[in-house]
Design a protein around this ligand. Structure first.
Ligand SMILES: Nc1ncnc2c1ncn2[C@@H]1O[C@H](COP(=O)(O)OP(=O)(O)O)[C@@H](O)[C@H]1O
Ligand SMILES: [Mg+2]
Length: 240
């Protein structure tokens, strides 16, 4: 396990994010700590992507503040983000990883070894020379994870990492996420799939219309949800 990150805890104090008249996050107070993955769930439009981007430091709150390990402007060097539809560079798989290693300022002498390690970690060994854009959707998502890990992050944000993948590809991604979390990297991810949250989460944050309606450990969330919205979500009803 790596040592506790100076980026943790990530703390939201009365955080509101708005764009014009649209309130995307509404006065959130929450703290994300080291440990098993924190999984954001909620229907489309509930604010999951906005939450992740704000927690990464890509969006500044309109009101309130976000702190990382107690500091308001921690350099985001040890955070990495995988977007919902990651763009592959028009290069080989290795080329994509090399680009990420250069961006992360990893010395060139380490690149070959590191590329081998990263490919093995995401199960893409043997595909290093394949043009990245010719990979399947699941393989592209695995490459996106490997690129993010090239930064050697302490916190990894994943926005719906298995959306639009079939069950086999989803399982492969979930296995990698489990391995990443077991290595001591804090995973903060979103999904609209309650089953995925059950399989991966240490704790769950349920968002609805930009508000946190429930926050609990996974077992408590599933067996004893406190709010009507959480009970409905756990029962498989649609939150609208
Ligand atoms: N750039 C933007 N400008 C205005 N509204 C936005 C923007 N991005 C997202 N929204 C709105 O903010 C809300 C939350 O969106 P989002 O964080 O993408 O939710 P989710 O990821 O849960 O689907 C939605 O109502 C969405 O329409
Ligand atoms: Mg989203």
């Amino acid at each position: 396990m790596r040592s506790a990150s100076s980026d943790l805890p990530i703390r939201f104090d009365a955080v509101t994010v708005r764009s014009g008249a649209v309130i995307m996050l509404d006065c959130l107070d929450v703290q994300i700590e080291a440990g098993a993955p924190t999984v954001l769930i909620g229907p489309n439009g509930s604010g999951k992507t906005t939450f992740l981007r704000t927690a990464m430091g890509l969006i500044a709150p309109s009101e309130g503040r976000v702190t990382w390990g107690g500091a308001e402007s921690a350099p985001p060097l040890r955070r990495a983000f995988v977007f919902q539809r990651p763009a592959m560079l028009r290069r080989s798989v290795q080329g994509n990883l090399r680009y990420a290693l250069i961006a992360a300022q990893v010395p060139r002498a380490r690149h070959e070894t590191r590329i081998g390690e990263l490919l093995a970690l995401v199960g893409l060994d043997g595909l290093g020379r394949r043009p990245a854009r010719r990979l399947s959707g699941g393989e592209q998502q695995r490459l996106a994870l490997a690129r993010a890990l090239a930064r050697d992050p302490a916190v990894l944000f994943l926005d719906e990492p298995t959306a639009s993948l079939d069950p086999a590809a989803t399982k492969a991604i979930e296995d990698i996420i489990r391995a990443i979390a077991a290595s001591g990297i804090k995973v903060v991810m979103s999904t609209h799939d309650l089953g995925e949250a059950k399989r991966l989460a240490g704790d769950i944050v349920l968002l609805h219309r930009g508000c946190i309606v429930e926050r609990a450990g996974v077992r408590e969330f599933l067996t004893a949800p406190r709010t009507a919205a959480a009970r409905a979500f756990v029962a498989g009803e649609l939150l609208v």
